[in-house]
Design a protein around this ligand. Structure first.
Ligand code: PLP
Length: 382
């Protein structure tokens, strides 16, 4: 059976070129970048090169890049660091649709005297900018917003939000876990102070990530040690970092070709499904990352649909992977005004740049046949 992978917002396949770039750093060049012998020196030089590549990927300077284990760690560093930098300010502004990596930390901080304000989104999933403006006050330490939503792909106007934060003297962090590798990231244009992403969402290995910290921001470490210029202690995951840098370089080359293929394929998937199954609805409208489609199969159970799809070789997801298997509806879809049943009838398809038109055709046929089997050939409730 042909397995079709449509869960690239959860994680991606590590590209063979990435693995190849990593391999020498396991068994041949296994030195510690902090050692002064030739192996250590080679490792140090490789680390310098990797940092320059990742800086180029973000239009940042190498000194602004901290290598971490992933977006969760980077976001934690950004949020906890911002509170430490601005100890007089006890307010954090975020959105109602952030990833649980952010929301869970903020829920914890709220029990510790930090006022957390969640800005709502509209029915289309876009951020309520008037509410954001009203929420950011002089006692706000940080505004933290995702760049794109992991479930709907909706992109938030980060530069505009950063300007609102800065006008009140607050720091601004963006969680770019779902935009890195999908659209061009330019930290200067985004005007963010802090930006996080994970390698495994853009074809690098799991356990790799980046925190961009704008020059001049003295972010305190979460792990103490001399590495990463005292900002993130612990022996560097050199092979992982080289894999991450290789994946960033490849993504940058891909994006530079202005290839709209993925957007076109996502649109093709939606158009073909809508043609065969007119009752379905797309969750979210407005600017979206080009690989994500959140589809509501009204009247059906998304979890059952996913199960049947999986058995037929189509791997998709119901919202974020972290809630998969649970019967709780997605907080993102509820925040957009969907009711419980509507949210639970949703399936997310997320493509990668490896997805082909043939994959789309096969997925559309499979979904249509399964829906027919689930509804006895009858159209489901609109
Ligand atoms: N932020 C967003 C928007 C995500 O989609 C994810 C992962 O799904 C994360 C943060 C957390 O990333 P990781 O689990 O790689 O740390």
């Amino acid at each position: 059976m042909n397995m079709l992978y449509f869960d690239n917002n959860a994680t991606t396949r590590v590209l063979p070129e990435v693995v190849e770039a990593m391999l020498p750093w396991f068994c041949e060049q296994y030195g510690n970048p902090s050692s002064s012998h030739p192996f250590g020196e080679n490792a140090k030089q490789a680390l310098i090169k990797a940092r320059a590549v990742v800086a180029g990927f973000l239009n940042a300077s190498p000194g602004e890049i901290i290598f971490t284990s992933g977006a969760t760690e980077s976001s934690h560093m950004a949020i906890l660091g911002a509170l430490a930098i601005k100890p007089q300010r006890k307010r954090i502004v975020t959105s109602a649709v952030e990833h649980s990596a952010t929301l869970r930390l903020l829920t914890h901080l709220a029990t510790d005297g930090i006022e957390v304000v969640q800005v709502p989104v509209s029915a289309s999933g876009t951020l309520d900018m008037a509410a954001l403006r009203a929420a950011v006050t002089e006692d706000t330490a940080l505004v933290t917003l995702m760049h794109a939503n992991n479930e709907t792909g909706i992109i938030f106007p980060v530069a505009e939000a950063a300007a609102i934060a800065k006008a009140q003297g607050a720091l601004f962090h963006t969680d770019a876990a779902q935009t890195a590798g999908k659209i061009t990231l330019d930290c200067k244009q985004l005007d963010c102070d802090l930006l996080s992403f994970s390698g495994h969402k853009l074809h690098a290995p799991k356990g790799t990530g980046v925190l961009f910290v704008r020059k001049g921001i003295a972010l305190p470490p979460m792990f103490y040690g001399h590495q990463e210029r005292n900002r993130r202690g612990g022996t560097e995951n050199l092979a992982g970092i080289i894999g991450l840098a290789t994946a960033c370089r490849m993504a940058q080359e891909y994006l530079a070709q202005a290839d709209k293929r993925r957007g076109a394929l996502r649109d093709l998937l939606e158009a073909q499904l809508q043609e065969r199954l007119p009752f379905i609805r797309i969750n979210g409208s407005g600017p979206r990352v080009p690989n994500t489609s959140s589809i509501r199969f009204a009247g059906l159970h998304g979890e059952e649909l996913l199960h049947r799809l999986g058995q037929a070789g189509v791997m998709a997801s119901q919202g974020s992977a972290c809630t998969a298997g649970g019967t709780e509806p997605s907080h993102v879809l509820l925040a957009m005004g969907l009711d419980r049943d509507e949210a639970l009838s949703t399936v997310r398809f997320s493509l990668s740049r490896e997805t082909t038109e043939a994959d789309i055709d096969l997925a559309v046929i499979t979904v249509t046949e399964i829906i027919k089997a689930m509804t006895g050939g009858l159209p489901a409730a609109a």
